[in-house]
Design a protein around this ligand. Structure first.
Ligand code: PMP
Ligand code: GLN
Length: 384
């Protein structure tokens, strides 16, 4: 492994998932749903395969999918993109993020990340040979928000991009418009772009609304908006994602992407295109079921004495196990699967510093069938 990737050699998600599988634990670590997306989407992919759509698609993605992405985005955000020059289909959001950073950030540049952040952000900044500057989220009352002072301190004349993520993994926060406006103001002041990871755009709960930073004044010109079918349509294993934005920024992502994977699976793209065009109602109601799962896991975890932050969006609940006498969440998460048969992930791999601020926090995923959460609940009682 090259030096710049050494700190990122294994991801916490494969580590915890392997451990959970080895000891037969209920895996509330890695965030993936355990039910399928719409049946018509799977049928459309199978049909595409049977009908001979089995060779390379165009480099930017099949036209059916690029058109469907634009229509879906316009319906939900009001943004209007050209399906030929302003949309790129990628191998999951992961490749869109990596392509954006590698294709648009120079080695002398700085990239602002907001910790805790999805672990691929730091790794892709390292791949680009650029410098990562961390701002942070803070607990504000019962949930997390952006710490605006740390954000301002992280920007400099060398800032090329800020990686924004809302709804936010791992805290479950949905960034309010005012927080996004602060980020936008700094992008304008320092002439930086926003790389906006919105994979949980449809998973917001209670009164919380997803706002894309691309919709703020003057930001469409400097934002790459990234999403993924994985979280929108319960098909994380298909790895179909996309990025939209101004043609010159999308061209940068494409320049990198064409040598990373060239393209993503044709029949799967056609399946997702079908679902985006015909399963709008399925997508709109996904959040209702997910909100019920959140409430179920909130009851379970508060029942065993964990202190929880309110989840406004995503698949995840942030828990503080200090009331149970646990202070080192990382080692607790490593022993939990064997001890009680439930897996969760610590916050530490989502952060720059293993500081006191994060070292006691744990992320539990609730994107599972009610029976699975119930079984986790029975096992978690051993903690109480
Ligand atoms: N960003 C965030 C915030 C995520 O939680 C994930 C995991 N789904 C990804 C990006 C990667 O998405 P994909 O599986 O589509 O590559
Ligand atoms: N996005 C999911 C999570 O945060 C899965 C990540 C992964 O497997 N790389 O848990």
């Amino acid at each position: 492994t090259v030096r710049r990737l050494e700190p990122h050699a294994t991801t916490i998600f494969s580590e915890v998932t392997q451990l959970a599988a080895r000891v037969g634990a209920v895996n509330l670590g890695q965030g993936f749903p355990d039910t399928d997306g719409p049946a018509s989407m799977i049928e459309a992919a199978v049909r595409a395969m049977r009908e001979g759509h089995n060779q390379y698609p165009p480099g930017t993605g099949v036209p059916e999918l690029r058109h469907a992405i634009v229509a879906h985005e316009t319906e939900h955000t009001g943004l209007v993109h050209d399906p030929d020059t302003e949309v790129l289909v990628t191998v999951g959001a992961t490749e869109a993020i990596a392509g954006a950073v590698v294709g648009l950030v120079e080695p002398d540049d700085e990239v602002v990340v907001i910790e805790p952040y999805y672990d691929s952000y730091a790794a892709t900044v390292a791949m680009a040979g650029a410098t990562r500057r961390a701002a942070r989220m803070v607990r504000s009352g019962d949930h997390f928000r952006l710490d605006v002072d740390s954000l301002r301190a992280a920007f400099s004349p060398r800032t090329r991009a800020v990686l924004v993520n809302t709804p936010h993994n791992p805290t479950g926060a949905v960034l309010p418009r005012e927080d996004l406006a602060q980020i936008a103001a700094l992008c304008h002041e320092f002439d930086a772009i926003a790389i906006s990871d919105e994979v949980y755009e449809h998973l917001t709960y209670d009164h919380n609304e997803h706002v894309s930073i691309a919709t703020l004044p003057g930001m469409a010109e400097r934002t790459l908006r990234i999403s993924s079918a994985g979280k929108m349509l319960n098909c994380t294993g298909w790895k179909i994602g996309w990025v939209t934005g101004p043609a010159e920024l999308v061209a940068g992502v494409r320049a990198a992407k064409q040598y990373m994977s060239y393209t993503a699976g044709t029949p799967l793209q056609l399946g997702v295109a079908h679902a985006l065009s015909h399963e709008g109602e399925w997508i709109r109601t996904l959040r209702d079921g997910m909100q019920d799962r959140r409430d179920q896991l909130v009851d379970i975890l508060t029942g065993v004495g964990l202190d929880l932050a309110v989840t406004q969006g995503t698949y995840f609940l942030t828990a503080d196990p200090r009331p149970l006498g646990v202070t080192d969440a990382a080692s607790w998460c490593l022993e939990l699967p064997e001890r009680i048969g439930v897996a969760a992930v610590p916050f530490a791999p989502f952060t720059d510093s293993y500081s006191d601020e994060w070292s006691h926090l744990v992320r539990f995923a609730f994107c599972k069938r009610p029976g699975v959460l119930e079984e986790a609940g029975l096992r978690l009682r051993a903690l109480a």
